[in-house]
Ligand binder design. Structure first.
Ligand SMILES: *Cc1c(COP(=O)(O)O)cnc(C)c1O
Length: 366
């Protein structure tokens, strides 16, 4: 019944969402542990009570785009609001790739890119990040893909690439598209926002799911040159954002100070978590996001993730060749991270002891 690309592809696997009432420490999908600004709720209630529900919403989410324009100091014609930045990614793929076209990114990264490429029937050039998660700039530039994506800070490594490198990559790819997915950039020290003003082939994606605590509302923002935005709007669903989400997003952006306070709390807890994980034996690359990647080199950590799940803690495990020895752990509240570290310490000690035994046994057989 369906295109062969669809029948052959694997579906995207979102992280587990607990059932209502299920009490878990949820550190698996990078949500913000703190609530959104109280102004968001007031805006939603207001939007829901008025005539607004009877009518179709504003197709271009005018008040939300205006709030984003003030916040990012960009003209409104350089901004597209999306139903989560996932929708914006989907629009980018739809607008830029024909079947057989090449898309490129460094791996490991956000696996939705692979899913969208499979749907498009695109060919993907996947280049491994360096051992220290550095960007394979030369290889990405040489791939000359129609669509290149850099997730920065990257998920699941949490690491940040410098603006100079991204500028060089964008220059070399021009006129091809470079998408910089900055879903986590509010938790970093710097962003590449400047590039969208300087280069007309650069698109920046932001989401309100993480730093603005609005994952449930589904709000994303795309920033890019006005001509590029004009093309993308052609593939946008007319009413992609419902009226409640538009009101919520505008209210959150108009109270960005609230989100920045939460970001600061998460960054403080991140420092504590990184130090704690290193102390119990994990390698942790320096994170610029609201999660960390904890690695026990060469040890498959699937069982450890399951062990944490039995103890009421959800973390993200990816059963892939590049990530089988890692856990991606969202930064929650300080008390949650203390419980995590307490439960993880004996599991890590056991895993290391076990892997030591296996390794020495293997050596004997060899
Ligand atoms: C969370 C995330 C997104 C999607 O954000 P939504 O706005 O919730 O759709 C996009 N890219 C990356 C890398 C993410 O981690």
């Amino acid at each position: 019944m369906f295109r062969s690309a669809i029948e052959q592809m694997a579906p995207y696997l979102p992280g587990e969402q607990p059932r209502p009432g299920e009490r878990l420490i949820k550190l698996n999908t990078n949500e913000n542990p703190y609530p959104p600004s109280p102004r968001v709720r007031r805006a939603i209630v207001q939007a829901a009570a008025a005539e607004t529900l009877r009518l179709y919403p504003r197709p271009r989410a005018d008040s939300l785009v205006a709030a984003a324009a003030r916040y990012y100091r960009l003209p409104g014609n350089m901004i597209v609001a999306g139903n989560g930045s996932d929708e914006l990614l989907s629009m980018l793929f739809r607008a830029s790739l024909d079947a057989g076209d090449v898309a490129a990114w460094a791996v490991p990264t956000y696996s939705l890119y692979d899913t969208l490429a499979a749907i498009a029937g695109a060919r993907v050039v996947r280049i491994e990040l360096g051992r220290d998660f550095s960007l394979p700039l030369q290889a990405l530039a040489r791939a000359r893909a129609r669509l290149t994506i850099v997730c920065n800070p990257n998920s699941p490594s949490g690491t940040l690439v410098g603006q100079e490198e991204l500028t060089e990559l964008a220059r070399r790819l021009r006129p091809r598209l470079l998408v910089i997915d900055e879903a986590y950039v509010d938790f970093a020290d710097r962003s590449s926002l400047r590039l969208v003003r300087a280069l007309d082939n650069v698109v920046i994606l932001r989401t309100m799911s993480k730093s603005f605590s609005l994952a449930g509302m589904r709000l994303g923002l795309l920033l890019g040159s006005a001509p590029l935005v004009d093309q993308l709007l052609k593939v946008k669903d007319s009413y992609n954002l419902n009226c409640l989400a538009q009101a919520a997003g505008a209210a959150a952006l108009n109270d960005a100070a609230w989100a920045l306070r939460n970001v600061e709390r998460v960054r403080r807890t991140r420092r504590m978590t990184e130090a704690g994980l290193r102390k119990i034996g994990f390698e942790v690359p320096p994170s610029a996001a609201n999660f960390v990647l904890a690695r026990l080199a060469g040890v498959k950590l699937e069982g450890m993730a399951a062990g944490l799940r039995r103890r009421g803690i959800l973390v993200r495990y990816f059963d892939t060749p590049l990530l089988y020895d890692c856990l991606r752990i969202t930064i929650g509240k300080p008390a949650e991270m203390k419980i995590l570290l307490r439960e993880l310490a004996p599991l890590a000690a056991a895993a290391r002891a076990g892997s030591g035994t296996r390794r020495s046994r293997a050596r004997v057989h060899a």
